[in-house]
Design a protein around this ligand. Structure first.
Ligand code: ANZ
Length: 847
């Protein structure tokens, strides 16, 4: 019979899966398709830790379950392998980025295989392979030809230390978040992608997606659609005029000043001689503040008067024109009209500089804070007496009549800054003709030159890309004139490759096209996309944007790429720091009387915290060490049993003892029952079995995997009471466990006498009526009085009953949310929560 030895079993089945190509997915099949995608990783030098694996284990469980349910499941994996960290690692180690990449990929792949994930490695891809990025370049050509890729002088975050432009999202408090290197604002000629042309569709198509509401909301805010009006102001005694964007045209009679962004070109030209030096000094200073800080607007308002006046478009009165950095150059028109009575920022500004405040909406006067809400119009001529909403429409119509304005929609979303001054990225496939004209290079791929051509990857002082040093590579022939041309030296940002990889997985070895259109129709859209919430805005917006462009160009058949999205939470772990903030590894800390000290000196007190698991916090646990100790199947079970998948969960290596023990008990039940040849099960076991099959399947569909595992545990308790069970029951049990603990299940499946992999066995059927009888009603009492009844699976443990009861609304009302001081549990009958009367009386418990 033998006992359960994970090491041996796992090796055996991983070898068999591999030699029999068990995970190879036919591109077409009689079966219905299911496309299940993980957000592919960036292969960093640190390898994977158990926190990274949570999402991969979860999706593998779904993939295995769907296969057993009869789907042809596409479950691929690849590498998002272009990027700055690899390039920096290469510089440090004195090897090429290609070498660093392949070394890192090897580690990642080994670690993923260690836990038995069922990827079809025959479809593996890396975004830095020329066979892949030639098609990324091809999509760039489509964007270019459709007028969606263009060059412009833009104000960018230049990082001298890295020698590249970085995205706004990568900068905080004036430094590059990853390395802490300072950032300067500079105006440079850059490539941009016109994602703003798709803003409306990116917004409205969200409604039909089966995505977490939270992510949809993040995208809506990121796109940030605002309806309002443009209003034109003429400058007194000067030829110039400017437009402002406002969402509150109803408040125009309350305008007492105008403000230009410091970058607004008008700022220089309208300024009076007397104000010139003050204005210049202010503009200089503003250039050092990041856009993020300016947007946050937490600091005191600053500004400077230009000495010029605008004419109010309705009254003709003088309105002073100021310059202030709370107005952003990149939003609206880079100019606003100030209405201090009804806008908080304008009010602060008016107070600081002694500007008049004119109230135009009835309500409290503006001596304390601006009245920004609804109300009735006053001091506003033809608008008086109207409500704010009607006044907006009237004002826009009036402005239109007199030619001073019109309605306008603005987006927070900006065009996507698409060039980077680095080496390890996709070359942008254009050349500059001898007359400077930009021409698309039709001969793809444009291969990245060998690193040796550049001498060094290190950035130079002048803001130019390393590729500018590849003198031979630079020389090209113009496809337009046939004459000499110069290659583009900027490369694409790291986000490019991940915009379309899900399409390449469909047909990864196609040498003549990015993918076969017939196969695209078979597989798209992705049925379930699993990954972290940190990709809610950038990656998921960029990918949706490219997909829509490909859709418009007729290359894909769906308007959205990802039908359903699931975000797994983070794995957290305890970290140790001393008073200076220096981190310690857990093995460097020792506990005395509930406090922690550094082992090294024994006296230095350490602060412990629960933080996101990460290398930089010294609290990482690797799959390698866990698998060695407990086996891959225990690890897989623990990854999803820690708590609800969408939440952040605390890693506790001790928890693995529980999942290991569970597997041991299943092992014993199966192997011992096999010898006993039981003819019939107790009705309670049968009911519990059917209920488990039903519940586990439904839970996997909802990605409620922790409850699926408890369901299996409940069944095991029930079965163990009977001692031995029938072969049919064993067969169903092994199949239900298979997606979670695949090696373990294959081994038992073989011992049950089965010839083929459990991997492709059908998911067991259940009887609806029997499943329903597996439930019992349990009375919940608070201090001996019955307050509620809850439905639980027969045989639920005290912990399971308690966790359901404490979440019950009625129960919470009676316990005032307090934890019971004592619990009395009668299985399948009642749960009595003893809560101290004092707690019930004290108002603190009400919280
Ligand atoms: C006059 C006004 C009166 C405004 C009032 C508000 C209240 P969202 O919702 O973000 O679109 N604004 C316009 N362009 C700006 C810029 N470049 N930088 C900073 N602020 C800018 O907000 C639009 C409002 O933000 C606009 O409406 C404008 O101020 C300001 F009682 O115009 B409002």
């Amino acid at each position: 019979m033998g006992s359960y030895d994970p090491g041996e079993i796992e090796r055996k089945w991983q070898d068999r899966w591999q030699t029999e190509r068990a995970f190879s997915v036919p591109s077409t099949s009689e079966k219905p398709k299911y496309y299940l995608l993980d957000m592919f990783p960036y292969p960093s030098g640190h390898g994977l830790h158990v926190g990274h694996l949570k999402g991969y284990v979860a999706s593998d469980i779904v993939a295995r379950y769907k296969r057993m349910c009869g789907y042809n499941v596409l479950h691929p994996m690849g590498w998002d392998s272009f990027g700055l960290p690899t390039e920096r690692q290469a510089e440090k180690d004195g090897i090429t980025p290609q070498k660093v990449t392949s070394r890192n990929i090897q580690t990642f792949k080994r670690q993923l295989n260690l836990i038995g994930v069922s990827y079809d490695w025959e479809r593996e891809l890396a975004t830095s392979d020329v066979t892949y990025y030639r098609w990324t370049q091809w999509i760039f050509s489509i964007l270019f030809e459709r007028g969606l890729a263009y060059q412009a002088d833009v104000s960018v975050n230049w990082c001298p230390a890295l020698g590249t432009v970085v995205a706004n999202e990568e900068v905080r408090d004036g430094v590059y978040i990853d390395t802490g290197d300072p950032i300067e604002r500079r105006t440079m000629k850059q490539w941009l992608l016109k994602i703003t042309a798709y803003a409306d569709r990116l917004l409205s198509d969200l409604d039909d997606l089966d995505w977490p509401e939270e992510v949809k909301e993040l995208q809506r805010n990121w796109i940030g659609r605002s309806e309002g009006a443009l209003v034109r102001f003429a400058v007194r005694d000067q030829p110039g005029s400017f437009e402002v964007f406002t969402t509150r045209p109803d408040t125009l009679y309350g305008c007492t000043f105008c403000v230009l962004a410091p970058e607004n070109p008008l700022a220089g030209s309208i300024t009076s001689p007397a104000q010139m030096s003050a204005v210049d000094a202010y503009i200089q200073k503003a250039a050092h503040r990041s856009e993020r800080d300016r947007r946050a607007g937490t600091e005191d308002k600053t500004g400077v008067f230009t000495g010029a006046f605008a004419m109010h478009p309705l009254t003709g009165e003088d309105v002073p024109i100021w310059i202030a950095d709370y107005v952003l150059s990149s939003y609206g028109t880079g100019a606003v009209f100030g209405c201090p009575a009804h806008d908080e920022r304008d009010l602060e500004f008016a107070r600081k500089f002694g500007l008049p405040i004119v109230q135009v909406i009835d309500g409290e006067d503006a001596s304390h804070s601006a009245h920004t809400g609804a109300g009735t119009m006053i001091n506003s001529h033809f608008l008086n007496g109207l409500d704010v909403c009607t006044a907006k429409l009237r004002m826009i119509a009036h402005l239109q009549d007199i030619g001073a304005g019109r309605s306008e929609v603005q987006y927070n979303l900006r065009d996507w800054l698409f060039s980077r001054q680095r080496y390890w990225g996709e070359p942008i496939p254009v050349v500059y003709d001898s007359d400077g004209e930009v021409v698309l290079d039709p001969t793809l791929p444009v291969v990245l030159p060998d690193q040796s051509e550049l001498e060094t990857l290190s950035p130079s002082d002048v803001p130019t890309a390393p590729l500018a040093r590849a003198t031979k590579w630079l020389q090209a022939t113009s496809p337009r004139s046939g004459g000499p041309a110069r290659r583009e030296v900027n490369v694409m940002p790291q986000w490019a490759g991940s915009c379309w990889y899900y399409l390449r997985f469909i047909d990864p070895r196609n040498a003549n096209a990015a993918f076969d259109p017939a196969l695209e129709k078979v597989w798209m859209p992705v049925d379930l996309y699993v990954g972290g919430i940190e990709h809610a805005t950038l990656h998921l917006l960029y990918a949706r944007f490219w997909h829509k462009v490909l859709y418009d160009a007729g290359y894909v058949s769906t308007s959205e790429p990802f039908k359903r999205l699931f975000n797994q939470g983070k794995v957290q772990a305890r970290s140790f720091r001393d008073e200076s903030g220096k981190y310690y590894y857990p093995h460097e800390a020792e506990e005395r009387d509930g406090l922690f000290y550094s082992k090294q000196d024994g006296v230095r007190p350490l602060v412990t915290r629960i933080e996101k698991m990460s290398k930089s916090r010294y609290n990482v646990v690797t799959p390698d060490e866990v698998v060695r100790m407990h086996g891959a199947d225990s690890l897989r079970l623990y990854e999803v049993f820690m708590g609800p998948l969408e939440q952040n969960n605390l890693w506790q290596t001790d928890g693995l003892i529980g999942t290991s023990r569970f597997l041991d008990r299943v092992w014993r039940l199966v192997t011992e029952s096999l010898d006993a040849s039981v003819e019939k099960d107790d009705p309670s076991v049968t009911q519990s079995l059917h209920r488990m099959i039903q519940k586990v399947g439904a839970d996997i569909d909802r990605l409620s995997l922790n409850t699926a595992v408890s369901e299996m545990m409940i069944f095991l308790n029930e079965a163990t009471k009977q001692g031995r069970v029938t072969r049919n029951t064993l067969s169903a049990l092994v199949r239900v466990i298979a997606p979670f603990a695949p090696h373990f299940a294959e081994e038992l499946w073989e011992r049950l006498g089965e010839q083929r992999f459990v991997l492709i066995a059908p998911w067991p059927e259940y009887d609806e009526a029997l499943a329903a009888t597996g439930l019992v009603l349990i009375a919940i009492q608070v201090n001996g009085r019955t307050r509620a009844q809850i439905q639980l699976p027969r045989g639920a443990t005290e912990d399971q009953a308690l966790s359901v009861a404490l979440h019950n609304e009625v129960v919470r009302r009676h316990t005032h949310g307090a934890l019971p001081s004592r619990v009395i549990y009668r299985e399948n009958r009642l749960l009595n929560l003893v809560v101290s009367e004092k707690t019930l009386d004290s108002p603190a418990a009400l919280g």
